[in-house]
Structure formats: C-alpha cells, structure tokens
Design a protein. Structure first.
Length: 236
C-alpha cells in the first residue's frame, strides 16, 4: 500500500470514529426529551385525577346536603306529629316519618360509600403526586448525566477532528479530495477493505483486475460497484 493510502486509512479510521461519536451525541437531546415526556405524562395523569377528585367532591357535598335537608324534613314532621289534631293525621304523619327515615338510611349509606370512594381517590392522587415528584428528580439526575455525556462526546469529537486534520496532511490532495467527495455520499465508510476478493462496503465480488491493482499497490483503487476506495486487508 502506498504511503498516501496508508495515511488515508488513518484518516478514514478517524472519520469513522468521529461519525459514530457524532451520531451518539445526536441521540442525547432526543433521550433527554423522552425522559422529560415521561414526567409530562405523569403530571397530566395527576392533573386529570385532581379534576376527577373535584368533581367527585362536589357530588359528595350535594349528596350530604340532600341528606341534611331530608333530616330536617323528618324533624319538622316530628313536630307536626306532636301537634296532630286527629288520630288519622297522627297515623298518616307517622307513616310519612317512617318512610322518610327509611329513605334517609339509604341516603346515609350512599354518603358513606361516596366518602370512602373519595378517600380512595385522594390516596390515588397522593400516589400520583409522589410519582411526579420521583419522576422529576429522576429526570433532573438523568438530564445532568446526559448533558455531561454530551459535553464529553463533543470534546472528544473536537479532539478527533484535530487528529484527523493532522493525519490528512501527508495525503496527496487529489486522493484526499476524492475521498472527501466519497465520504460526503457514503457516511463513515468511504474507504473499506477488500476481504477474500469482496468489497466490504457493498459486499460485491471484486473484478480480477481490481484485485490485481490492489496487489500492485496502485494509488487509488475503487470498487466498480459502490465506488468506495479499497485497500487490501493484509490480516484477512
Ligand atoms: Zn463496493
């Protein structure tokens, strides 16, 4: 392999690392957003529960008022019983009181059952509120971690760019230009080894003349199929 190609191989290896690192770094803001979405979802569930609770509280209060009114009515009926002017009126009022009392017992049961449900709903709300709090602190922690990771990746990328520029210096300009055109199209794999007579970029079998060129160490050999720059992998 010519010195140019040796140097270009180093450049390609650095480009591949830069490409991977940049891809990783790009994921990080997305990850942060996902984490924050989880908190947002928990908050929404809590708000929903609070609304349901308010609604239920109002219903329970209505039911309680209904019961108080009904009880007052019974109290009034009892006063009327005391002032009954006839036996017939007395009996009719007594029947009415009994009927109303039975109705009130049913109302009482309803109020008690609603209050029990209300207690359960409050517990559920508290549980959701605790979930939100936990999610918030977890996300804050995770966010810090991810931001640190991002900074580290960015610093590493900057360092690799310097190394890459240094590594590119000895490469002949025309070869480097061709490589850079390719890397623009191919991402990180503009330069690939030929292993067992096949291009490792597109995995097509290489022509015998291409293999011969590679063995001769001709300056720039490209795959006839995908156009990537080839080198002989002497380890394979
Ligand atoms: Zn190829």
């Amino acid at each position: 392999m010519s010195d140019d190609l040796q140097a270009l191989k180093r450049v390609a290896a650095l480009d591949a690392r830069i490409f991977d690192l940049e891809e990783q770094a790009e994921q990080i803001p997305r990850q942060i957003k996902q984490e924050e979405q989880a908190v947002e979802d928990a908050r929404e569930r809590l708000e929903q529960k609070k609304l349901e609770l308010l609604d239920f509280q109002a219903k329970t209060e209505t039911k309680e008022r209904e019961l108080r009114d009904a009880e007052e009515k019974v109290t009034k009926l009892r006063q009327q019983v005391n002032q009954a002017s006839s036996n017939k009126e007395f009996q009719s009022l007594q029947r009415e009181i009994l009927a109303k009392e039975a109705e009130n017992t049913r109302l009482e049961d309803e109020v008690i059952s609603q209050m029990q449900t209300l207690d359960r709903e409050k517990e559920e709300r508290d549980r959701l509120a605790a979930q939100v709090e936990q999610a918030e602190s977890e996300v804050a922690e995770k966010r810090k971690e991810l931001e640190k990771e991002l900074k580290k990746a960015q610093a590493e990328v900057a360092e690799l760019h310097k190394k890459r520029d240094e590594a590119a210096k000895p490469v002949a300009r025309d070869i480097l230009a061709k490589y850079e055109r390719l890397i623009g199209r191919r991402g990180q794999t503009a330069m690939v080894p030929a292993v067992l007579g096949a291009c490792q970029g597109c995995f097509m079998k290489l022509r015998p003349e291409t293999m011969a060129q590679l063995r001769r160490g001709s300056d720039l050999v490209t795959c006839h199929s995908c156009g990537r720059i080839l080198y002989l992998d002497t380890n394979a």
